[in-house]
Design a protein around this ligand. Structure first.
Ligand SMILES: Nc1ncnc2c1ncn2[C@@H]1O[C@H](COP(=O)(O)OP(=O)(O)OP(=O)(O)O)[C@@H](O)[C@H]1O
Ligand SMILES: [Mg+2]
Length: 359
């Protein structure tokens, strides 16, 4: 007859499984929940700090293997769940509980900020997170087209109800004015539009609010950073030199605003041709160089893919429409890296501004 299986033995086995980002084991991190033993069957839940955890499958497998080595254990059932930590920043203006807010910016136009924002939101929502996307490009809103959304649900009293697409909530000036109508606004109006998008929209509880910024280092970023304490910002650049110069301006702007930089994404990095050759249309390696030169994380490269553009024009983000493409895979990996970094920062440096997330 086998020994009685004890909780101590199971926790001891699980304390040998490390979370690679947080550099501690699952037991120390309090990630093991609902531990139950029924005869020779053991079940428990691993509570991750983000559903988009890059080590989800690895942790599940290692935890299972660790418990299987215990004498007498015949079956292990691992449930994966998550509880995204709040970054600890006060969001008084926003009456809704938004746990983390991530801005996507660049110094330059047309580098793929909106594309990246939309696909990060899709990837986070697909992982099971509660996600909102705010299109802060008040003058040139592109997010509605990229998601195929044409209108908002009717408001409830004075509160705007965000649109729903691909499992997340979205608000954009493009849904509040007639298509094609020019938006000629002045600074203070822009400021109040951004504040309204935060304060007057019924976001509900969100794990992540993604903010798609307009090009440049102008008023919108300033208004945003003042209205909404940001967990961090990601900078999108092309590999070429002129784009990098603009990207470093964007980087410096966030530094001035005391917004932590989560990292740099290089978009349109290369084009893979059907004959197997690779073309560096906009140069190569610039994003990594900029990251190195500025002591910033490099989050990854996204190749040129015509389905990114087609999907953007037709409301079908590549992560949803071509999930196995290299571009979608890269966007998912970038999303997981960002989610992990945000969780690590939230857990390790609560209430400390600015946070230095660079490892
Ligand atoms: N990796 C890619 N492969 C192919 N096309 C892409 C890629 N990334 C972006 N695009 C296309 O490039 C165009 C510009 O992208 P996007 O609108 O996302 O840039 P942006 O930085 O938000 O621009 P703006 O500064 O005007 O807001 C879009 O048509 C988009 O579909
Ligand atoms: Mg844009």
């Amino acid at each position: 007859m086998s020994n009685q299986i004890t909780k101590e033995a199971i926790l001891n086995a699980l304390s040998k499984v490390d979370e690679p980002d947080l550099h501690q084991d699952l037991v120390t991190l309090n990630m093991i929940h609902n531990l139950e033993i029924e005869g020779d069957k053991v079940s428990f839940t691993i509570m991750l700090t983000t559903p988009a955890c890059p080590f989800r499958a690895k942790l599940e497998r290692e935890a299972k293997e660790a418990v299987m080595t215990i004498d007498g254990v015949k079956a292990v059932i691992v449930k994966m769940d998550s509880d995204v930590p709040n970054d600890g920043r006060m969001r008084g203006l926003v009456k809704m509980p938004i746990r983390n807010a991530i801005a996507v910016g660049s110094g330059k136009g047309g580098v793929g900020k909106s594309t990246v924002s939309v696909n990060i939101a899709v990837a986070l929502a697909q992982s099971g997170a509660r996600v909102g996307l705010m299109d802060a490009d008040i003058y040139g809103p592109n997010v509605p087209t990229m998601l195929g959304v044409e209108k908002l649900p009717p408001p409830q009293g004075k509160r705007l109800i965000p649109a729903q697409a691909y499992g997340f909530k979205m608000i954009s000036m493009g849904l509040l004015v007639k298509p094609g109508q020019p938006l000629i606004w002045r600074g203070p109006m822009l400021n109040s539009a951004i504040r309204q998008f935060l304060g007057d929209v019924e976001w509900g509880e969100l794990d992540y609010l993604i903010v798609d910024l307009p090009p440049g280092t102008g008023d919108a970023s300033l208004s945003l950073a003042q209205a909404l304490p940001l967990s961090g910002a990601v900078i999108v650049t092309l590999p070429q030199l002129v784009s990098l110069e603009d990207a470093s301006r964007g980087l410096n702007m966030f530094k001035t605003l005391e917004v932590p930089i989560l990292g740099i994404i290089e978009n349109m990095s290369y084009l893979d041709l059907p004959d197997g050759t690779r073309m560096d249309i906009f140069g190569s390696g610039g994003g990594e160089q900029l990251a190195q030169a500025t002591g910033t994380n490099f989050l990854g490269k996204i190749p040129i893919d015509q389905n990114v553009r087609i999907g953007g024009d037709s409301g079908k983000p590549i992560v949803a429409s071509h999930p196995d493409s290299a571009a979608a895979r890269s966007l998912r990996e970038i999303t997981e890296t960002i989610a992990a970094k945000v969780s690590v920062a939230a857990l390790s440096a609560k209430n400390e501004l600015p946070i230095n997330i660079i490892e």
